[in-house]
Design a binder for this molecule. Sequence first.
Ligand code: FAD
Ligand code: SIN
Length: 532
Amino acid sequence: MDRQFDFLVIGSGIAGLSFALKCAPLGSVALITKAHSEDGSTNRAQGGIASAVEATDSVESHIADTLEAGAGLCRVEAVRTLAENGPEIIRQLIDWGVRFTRQRVNPQETYPYHLALEGGHSHRRILHADDLTGAEVMRALLEEVKKFPSVRLFESHTAIDLLREGDGEGRCCGALVLDRATGETERVLSRVTVLATGGAGQVFLHTTNHEVSSGDGIAMAWRAGAECADMEFMQFHPTSLAIPGADNFLISEAVRGHGGILRNQLGEAFMANEHPRKDLAPRDIVARAIDRQMRLHGLDNVWLDVTHIGDRDLRFFFPNIYRECRKYGVEIEKTPIPVVPAAHYMCGGVKVDTNSETTIPGLYACGETSCTGVHGANRLASNSLLESVVFALRAAEDAKRYLAMPAPKAPAARPVRRFSPMGAEWKDEELELRTLMWKKVGIVRNDADLADAALEIEALRTRVDIAWKNSPVLNLRLSRLRNLSQVAALLVEAARLRHESRGLHFSTDWPEKAPVAEHIVLAKGKEPRREV
Ligand code: FAD
Ligand code: SIN
């Protein structure tokens, strides 16, 4: 069956919802999301949204901090767009109903909302809603989007592949989508398609990401022929809760911004010797320092000490972290929190221009799926929620032009393929892939491990491809593994091509930074390209 809309938005996180809200007055919008509408990284976001909103701060300072964290690889134009639009986007979020935490009564303050500090920022500029910023954003944006009759929300609908006009070389004209309730696929045809499928943390064994973050958008875009860039730069968050069963629950960087100190088993504040900003150094530096401490002392984790902050502030600023740690038996006002790095954020993704259009006409990518170049080789904390809204709104503005053009012509429909409910098939293979990525493509890399990983991933992809082509009934777990292994392959390929250490990519075989910063651009059937 075919459905026709003006806009197809794949993913209902902050990026997809922002795009949908902007386009809702202009035409019909299909907003498809593979699980519940709240599921994804946005809902988990804690620290907040960075913007130079306060009188003593400046856009220039936000730009400088972003560029410094990005280790020479950021696209300066994109960073400027991000920082300059920040204050306006904060006003937009407030207009959409987001309730940020206000200042506690203090006549000295010049700005009504409380501003937190995080790693790599030289100024307090993080707006937040307690330590549940993302959940508050999701509440407000979902409420807002439901006011528009032109937006149709399809939960439990998974995009499987993109569709392109004619012989598969033309404009994007929608996607093949699985309705999980019926196990049947349908074609959702559109004038404009937006990938807002979030990140790919699930490629690694340990991650702060929700199960839905399996890199589907990147894999679909690559299969359709779009360019992907900076895929080697997976950000590991330094502090996820290191307790079995806690699912790498995040301990926000804002906790260190509030005075939290990382310590080893001897109680040493080891960040003091690592960077002038100590515990608030850029994330790549903190994650590597923790990794080093763990290897040096044979530790399974290090500790984040907040016992000096005081019960009152901890409960006030971090109510969720306070509760969640207590649930796992850690009374954070009395005991240091066991923490370990975990895969957190994909800096690379589907390459887009400053309007968030991919290299396929009519296909946009927003949020974590995209690579705008804002983050370069390492994302500055709390820049991604902002990036998602800034570039989703730019995409929506740009995409209007497609409404004036004739609708793209869909390719001839293929026979419908059925999906069986998710069973245990391919579960072991997924676990093996994620373990391989954790062990061989993690925080510190080397050529031999990357070469091993490439071989194993290639063998897995061959098996997955054969099963995908030949199985009479498909399986969502196979579809997931098809995407995970694709993203893993791109990540490893880019990492192997980068003969230097820069930002999040650190190789013991190439410890120096190369004199020229280059982006590695990958596309199906084409030679890898380097771009300055
Ligand atoms: P998501 O919010 O992940 O949404 C992706 C959507 O796509 C979901 O609805 C998902 O179901 C859907 N989807 C995926 N695949 C498919 C498919 N095949 N078909 C249909 N639907 C699909 N950033 C900050 O700036 N500040 C923070 O404080 C912060 N804290 C964070 C805390 C945690 C624990 C994590 C994991 C991330 C945090 N980040 C933070 C990063 C930030 O939250 C994300 O980068 C951002 O929310 C991404 O938004 P998104 O809309 O791109 O993706
Ligand atoms: C955090 O709260 O530490 C997460 C912030 C981010 O990932 O930007």
